[in-house]
Design a protein around this ligand. Sequence first.
Ligand code: C5P
Length: 236
Amino acid sequence: MPSPPIAARDRLIVALDAPDIGVAENWVATLGGSVTFYKIGMELIYGGGGLGLAERLIGSGKKVFIDLKLHDIPHTVERATQRIAAMGAQFLTVHAYPQTMRAAVAGAKGSRLKLLGVSVLTSSDDADLAEAGYGLGVRDLVERRARQAAAAGMDGLVSSAAEARAVRAISPPGFLLVTPGIRPAGGDAGDQKRIATPASAIRDGASYLVVGRPITEAARPAAAAEAIVAEIESAL
Ligand code: C5P
């Protein structure tokens, strides 16, 4: 059965990259109904309280992306994935190593959790991969891991907008592409090197956009979120 279309608003995932839970809670309160999907990562989780916040958000009807980029022996990955699935989270990241992905798929079985592979970290270039012992460059490794993710039964990949078109071309129908590095036209790039506007990322095949500072540091965060939702809508 084909999956129902995803509404523009539900394609915007706001990254709660806050130093503490209080700041993150304030952002969520300020954003109110303008945002339906939040990403919680290592900083808030290891700082304490990130998983509790995730549970509260899920309880209030929001969707939550747990960005923990799991990678360990299969038994541990499977059990950790089961825990995240039991929380009711919507998305979880794991590194796109075939063994790790297969374990995560086993852990998510029977739940609504969708698994996203992290192909190659965007902080790595060809020289970094060579230094780590890889014989493939970034482009080839991303492509190989995209194919392996689909074969392992993963739901999608995290990819930069620059890779989205190439990954979309080799992905099975319905494969999710979740794209960070988004900057509304004229916005400040911050430390992001490869950026795309919301509309161009959607046109290049992104299913969901992860946006942090352009919303959380905006003078009017809810208005910034609404503008991005409108831009997504215009590109669908
Ligand atoms: O503030 P900004 O919009 O740059 O935040 C982007 C979010 O996406 C951050 O949480 C960052 O960790 C995440 N991310 C990224 N690039 C990747 C993977 C994740 O910027 N390749």
